[in-house]
Design a protein around this ligand. Structure first.
Ligand code: AMP
Length: 207
């Protein structure tokens, strides 16, 4: 079973990806994680990737597809993959169809105002780096390790709005693309983590 997980930044994709990966024994492939790893290597490819990532721009399609194709050619992918952060453009989705049979595309739908609300309570621990969600007015210690919590640098309304608009412009067309192929499941993001996961499971059972 090969799944594509689609969602704007902050839509909760990472949390759901972790659960799907564990329960369905799929290989979780996040192109963002792959690029961060590549970027940290002092290679020509690492330097090339860094140019785009530093500006929060998408890495060109040709390069992205090449990196993904190499990852998909490894043996562990034979039992199924969960793609997270790929495809991110219509061109990537079309190219992917030539490499891999996608069974389902899950779109975690979230509105911009909901995402902006989410960042107001989102803090990161200076020690263990885990994200904490705070509903209280007072900033409390990290629930995981007791460390100090601070705001993430990119959790500003301006950056989140920019990234959301970029998602709608560049990535949303793939939602329509999978809809036309009858492979799309839309899950409303304004629900609890467990409710969202239950709906994902219902969708995957249909396969
Ligand atoms: P992410 O962690 O998914 O937000 O990705 C971090 C960065 O990696 C993005 O801002 C892009 O520069 C790059 N990236 C990740 N996935 C892709 C993709 N499918 N196509 C192009 N660039 C990507």
């Amino acid at each position: 079973m090969n799944i594509v997980l689609i969602g704007a930044p902050l839509s909760g994709k990472g949390t759901q990806a972790e659960r799907i990966q564990n329960d369905y024994k799929l290989v979780h492939i996040s192109t963002g994680d792959m690029f961060r790893e590549i970027m940290n290597q002092q290679t020509p490819l690492g330097k090339e990737v860094k140019k785009y990532m530093d500006k929060a721009m998408l890495v060109p399609d040709d390069l992205t597809i090449k990196v993904l194709q190499e990852r998909l050619s490894r043996k562990d992918c034979l039992n199924g993959v969960l793609l997270d952060g790929f495809p991110r453009t219509l061109n990537q989705a079309q190219k992917l169809d030539k490499i891999l049979k996608i069974d389902k595309a899950i779109y975690l739908k979230a509105e911009l105002n909901e995402l902006l609300e989410r960042i107001s309570g989102r803090f990161v621990c200076e020690v263990c780096k885990k994200t904490n969600t705070i509903t209280d007015k007072n900033i409390v210690p990290c629930v995981y390790c007791g460390g100090n919590l601070t705001k993430r640098k990119d959790d500003t309304p301006e950056i989140v709005t920019f990234r959301f608009n970029e998602f709608m412009e560049q990535t949303y067309p793939i939602v329509e693309y999978y809809k036309k192929q009858n492979k799309l499941a839309v899950i409303e993001g304004e629900q609890g983590i467990n409710e969202i996961y239950n709906k994902i499971q219902i969708e995957l059972k249909k396969l």
